[in-house]
Design a binder for this molecule. Structure first.
Ligand code: S3P
Length: 445
């Protein structure tokens, strides 16, 4: 059943909130805990559908996985190479991260795993992982175009690989590094543009040998040594900067607002949005910068601000790849033109986000155009008309972005189905309304 929602202009937004745990880090904590010897404890795990499916999959692959309390989980791992063949198909729901990283994990285990997902995940390209993992000895049988459902026949005798990423993707990088754990010798991924490095940081924390060097010809080479002894540990998951983006931009756009967001992950490979918003004139402060389990964390203080259009260089895309929909909404309220370069990857996210953002903006009366892989948004400095219903197409970030649009546009904005929000941000509506927002269900008459 679909869940249509509508958002309207509140008076102001005010107060303190903590958004749920980081999605990327939550997936990895479960996977690495399942590979480590002994007990791991996770605090602040994102309990959204994507991550819960990874938890179920790690259980199906042989790890003990137990929920102790809200966000508190305990794992008892199998040791590197110790995963066992799952008795059934692994359904990763909406999660590209879950599917791609796990394909890497099982690619170097000598058994067969079948992956599937929802209509969105089944439409997403998997060749980007199956191609390099095939070179390590795994075999893949999938649908036309390398799509799920797909069976992975793990390598009996895995071979190490040196691989240069053809697209800037932390998922592909991570899939190969994870396959490299159960492979003799050293496996190296070369990335010309740095992508989020949670895999490298957390694997090291679990005891793996991970070297990062400058690559010949630019970028960096990440090398993992095979057969490390991973040991269970405690992981504290920071609040997700990609989720914090929604209340942060809402606070910037709703006049008179002042919102504090606590414990937000500030890994520099994730903070491109905040850098861009500050260049647009946003009043955002990072307080109490600290380190939590190897990841930088801060409290964000966001005050309503008049924004101006800027150019966002393509090189920044990997550090804010999930934030373009909400940046485009912010750009619609800015004075002047915002050009976002190098957005080809947006076409293969949970939906074709490039098209979804363009169509949504146009429906809300915003002037926007596509120039190849560049998205151009023309703001007037005044709230756009709004007054549209946006098709979500199983994409959580499209739903949340346009609900934020409705919080500051002249007329309310509706989304046809907000169900997908639970994949990454359970409690989104309550959190926004707790700050003063006015998001409500549309009840059919
Ligand atoms: C992620 C990497 C990014 C991002 C996704 C999470 C990860 O995907 O869009 O939400 O956790 O590694 P790509 O690797 O496809 O860029």
């Amino acid at each position: 059943m679909s869940r249509p929602l509508v958002s309207r202009r509140p008076a102001t937004l005010a107060g303190t909130a903590r958004v749920p745990g980081d999605k990327s880090i939550s997936h990895r904590a479960l996977m690495f805990g399942a590979l480590a010897v002994g007990e791991s404890r996770i605090e602040g795990l994102l309990e959204g559908d994507d991550v819960l499916r990874t938890a179920a999959a790690m259980h199906a692959l042989g790890a003990e996985v137990e929920r102790l309390d809200d966000g508190a989980w305990r794992l008892w791992g199998r040791g590197v190479g110790g995963l066992r063949e799952p008795a059934d198909v692994l359904d990763l729901g909406n999660s590209g991260t879950g599917a791609r990283l796990m394909m890497g994990l099982v690619a170097t285990h000598p058994f067969t795993t079948v992956f599937t997902g929802d209509a969105s995940l089944r439409s997403r390209p998997m060749k980007r992982v199956s191609e390099p993992l095939s070179r390590m000895g795994a075999r893949f049988v999938g649908r036309e175009g390398g799509r799920l459902p797909m069976a992975v026949v793990g390598a009996q005798s895995p071979m190490p690989l040196v691989y240069e990423l053809p697209v800037a993707s932390a998922q592909v990088k991570s899939a190969i590094l994870l396959a490299g754990l159960n492979t003799p010798g050293e496996t190296t991924v070369i990335e010309r543009e740095p992508t989020r490095d949670h895999t490298e940081l957390m694997l090291r924390g679990f005891g793996a040998q991970v070297e990062v060097e400058a690559a010949e010809g630019g970028g960096r080479a990440v090398t993992v040594a095979g057969f490390p002894e991973l040991t269970g540990r405690r992981v504290v998951v920071p609040a997700d900067p990609s989720s914090a983006a929604f209340p942060a931009v809402a606070a910037l756009l709703v006049p008179g607002s002042e919102v504090r967001l606590s414990g937000v992950g500030m890994n520099p490979l994730r903070t491109g949005l905040y850098q861009t918003l500050r260049e647009m004139g946003a009043d955002i402060h990072f307080d109490a910068m600290r380190d939590e389990c190897g990841e930088p964390v801060a409290d964000l203080l966001v005050r309503a601000s008049a924004l101006r259009g800027v150019d966002v260089p393509a090189a920044r895309a990997p550090s804010m790849i999930d934030e373009y929909p909400i940046l485009a909404v912010a750009a619609a309220f800015a004075m002047g033109t915002t050009r976002m370069f190098g957005l080809s990857e947006l076409r293969v996210k949970e939906s074709d986000r490039f098209a979804a953002v363009m169509n949504g903006l146009l429906a809300c009366g915003v002037k926007a155009e596509a120039e190849g892989d560049t998205l151009v948004v023309h703001g007037t400095g005044a709230p756009p008309p709004g007054g549209a219903t946006i098709a979500v197409n199983l994409d959580h970030r499209i739903a949340m972005s346009f609900l934020v649009m409705g919080m500051a546009a002249a007329e309310p904005v509706a989304v046809d189905d907000a169900e997908a929000i639970d994949t990454s941000f359970p409690g989104f509506v309550d959190l926004m309304n707790g700050l003063g927002g006015a998001i409500s269900d549309i009840v059919a008459d």
